[in-house]
Design a binder for this molecule. Sequence first.
Ligand code: SAH
Ligand code: F3S
Length: 450
Amino acid sequence: MAKKLFIQTNGCQMNEYDSDKMRDVLQASHGMEITEIPEEADVLLLNTCSIREKAQEKVFSAVGRWRKIKNKRPNIIIGVGGCVASQEGAAIQKRAPYVDIVFGPQTLHRLPELLDEVRETHNRVVDISFPEIEKFDALPEPRAEGPKAFVSIMEGCSKYCTFCVVPYTRGEEISRPLKDVIAEISVLAEQGVREINLLGQNVNAYRGEMDDEETADFSLLLHYVAAVDGIDRIRFTTSHPAEFTDEIIEAFAEIPELVNHLHLPVQSGSNNILTQMKRGYNREQYLEIMNKVKAVRPGISLSSDFIIGFPGETEEEFEDTLSLIEQVGFDFSYSFIYSARPGTPAAELADDISEDVKKQRLSKLKARLDQMTMDVSKSMVGTVQTVLVEGVSKKSPLQMTGRTENNRVVNFTAHPRLAGQFVDVMITEALPNSLRGRLLDSSVDKILNS
Ligand code: SAH
Ligand code: F3S
């Protein structure tokens, strides 16, 4: 009988992507099958996140629960991967000796060997090295699950923002060769994928090797991706304002497949805080990028990440963030309270803002962002949106669910056969977390006649 694999994923989309790859390698090497029930798994993997303190704390509570399973079934194997593994290494097994394998984001392709080693020697193993781009060469062919797919184009980050742990856990920026990325996307498109989300910690630092020893930058990559047959929607996560070139802005003018949505993390609206964060741009430069993008794509939905309570942030500096929000006008965004990460330069700074003040600032910021999100949703009512149909709605079997270009979930009555297709939907109602709509007959006729 096939051995069963349980994977718990914490953190970012990159981790989601990596977890899918863990499943794929172990399926290819050991014929393992995914289970949703930890108690029946032979191998349990935890893909961890260390971006903020709360994320990090989850690790030992999760593996602690698995220990009980192992007490009953001592032959099961427990592995911890991802960014906490990368940072802590063997220290994880010091605290939790029942963890058999510790592996990093760049060594997940070695899981089959690590697993065999544990089974043969009954020793605990650790491999958290950064073997360049070897990971991608060792992965099996991608398999599409529905009409959307993630494709990693680069790994790591070399920006070293003073608050951020990513460069230490995922290593320096390294890009996959252009032809590898395009080959993966073509395989997915042949399996019915219509929307690609290009993944990287810092996608606009992409420098992909080409056959003629030239390098493709991110804007050139976008043109290549758009040219793949079947790919009609392109997203990317995440780009950085410091390398948001005019070529990328022009790409929004030239490439209709690029969605009308841009997520560009700003973190703060204060120039002093931006300097202390070592972000490499100032408020004025960020606003200039956003204005240029709006000029080539009127009505584009813009979103961002914000950090509140960076060490020393004054009330006035926080107000600068609020005023930046008013100036840009954001759609659904993420905001976080600053969390000191061990080993980062900002962790050395005196953090004299009280928790109360941080919480107040966060709730003020969130309230304004939520209001803006709701305003965007309301403004969509009465408009016709292109929706990529993902499947039957979880809430009602008669409803189909899909997403608009600005990533809103839309539920509407339609035939399940429309899954995987683009349809036109008139938005009829804005709810807090989704939209309701009515399918336009004309768009169904188009599909049936094509
Ligand atoms: N390059 C990635 C960054 C990943 S971290 C990106 O641009 O999306 C995702 C977000 O987490 C960051 O944009 C930042 O807003 C937040 N973040 C990172 N480190 C943090 C910290 N130490 N405390 C609080 N939030 C943090
Ligand atoms: Fe982190 Fe800054 Fe890179 S937020 S991922 S160091 S761009």
